[in-house]
Design a protein around this ligand. Structure first.
Ligand code: ADP
Ligand code: MG
Length: 290
């Protein structure tokens, strides 16, 4: 049975932009010792912008961008949308792509007129080649917190696009407040090590795990539960849904994907990260009353 204190706390939450799918989740929030956060769209605004486009001197810049945009047009990843937008006003030819494949957490592949293209992270296009591309240019860009998307044409890396997503203005304070309550904060991201480190430092997290595939996010949440007993996971993407389900409390950003909203126990309306600390305070107070 839901206690009157819980009912009033739930309605108080709803008025304040936090939706609980049951009193038990509100109660559980008081006991959370660690919180795992997805990066893109959760700690960051999730609206990356292209900052750099580097092309091998032997490659055709217009061809690279036209093909990349044509392939990314078929993907709904935030990086894909940003690349399409970047290419939009450049008067590039329209291309017909074939066999497009969207590899979750990695990148995309397709062929055009018999040439095979691969667009995505370093791991995806080949680590050594991506590290050496244009004298290791990716490393410097990544250390600025930029995400690197490599463009591979017929097995050879021909270019890269760097994108920067900004950390939400409220993220740093929210993390600070959680840490001051003794809560351990971790970022889980599919992005590369250098970019992840830069963003995690900017946000002030205790820890981060990079190159984290969707199924690995679940494993990390389970590992955290082993160490910290009560663990919350905050995310917004389809990718995050299994990890939200694995956590003691799954928290979705209100503007996140439907799957994340359906799977979560708690929804933050308006993507309002500081509401997590509000919710924990509310929960602690309610448990004292009960
Ligand atoms: P995050 O955990 O930060 O939300 P994802 O797991 O969605 O990131 O993706 C991890 C990495 O895979 C991205 O940083 C990017 O390098 C690469 N990637 C994924 N999807 C695409 C795409 N459509 N186009 C290019 N790169 C992609
Ligand atoms: Mg995300």
């Amino acid at each position: 049975s839901i206690m009157p204190a819980a009912l009033s706390a739930i309605s108080n939450g709803a008025r304040n932009g936090v939706l609980y799918k049951g009193g038990v989740h509100l109660e559980n929030l008081a006991h959370i010792n660690a919180i795992a956060f997805d990066k893109t769209g959760t700690l960051t605004n999730g609206k990356p912008k292209v900052t750099d486009f580097l092309v091998d001197p032997d490659a055709d810049e217009n061809e690279l961008l036209a093909v990349t945009a044509a392939i990314e047009q078929e993907s709904n990843h935030p990086l894909a949308q940003a690349i399409v937008l970047y290419a939009a006003d450049k008067n590039l030819p329209e291309l017909t792509i074939e066999n497009m494949q969207d590899v979750s957490g990695q990148g995309v592949t397709a062929s055009i007129q018999g040439v095979q293209w691969k667009i995505g992270k370093g791991d995806f296009v080949g680590n050594e080649q991506s590290r050496n591309f244009m004298g290791g240019a990716a490393q410097g860009l990544a250390s600025e917190g930029k995400t690197i998307v490599f463009i591979e044409r017929g097995g050879i890396i021909a270019g890269l696009i760097a994108l920067k997503d900004t950390v939400r203005k409220e993220t740093k304070q929210a993390i600070e407040t959680l840490k001051s309550r003794g809560i351990y904060t971790v970022m889980l991201t599919g992005d590369n090590e250098t970019t992840a480190k830069a963003i995690a430092e900017e946000a002030g997290l205790n820890h981060y795990i990079a190159e984290c595939m969707p199924d690995e996010k679940v494993k990390e949440v389970k590992r955290l539960k082993h160490h910290f007993q009560q663990v919350a996971m905050v995310g917004d993407g389809i990718n995050d849904a299994p990890a939200l389900a694995a956590a003691n409390v799954g928290i979705a950003m209100g503007e996140g994907t439907d799957v994340a909203l359906e799977t979560a126990d708690v929804v933050l309306m308006k993507n309002d990260l500081p509401k997590i600390t509000k919710a924990i305070q509310l929960s602690t107070r309610m448990n004292k009353i009960v």
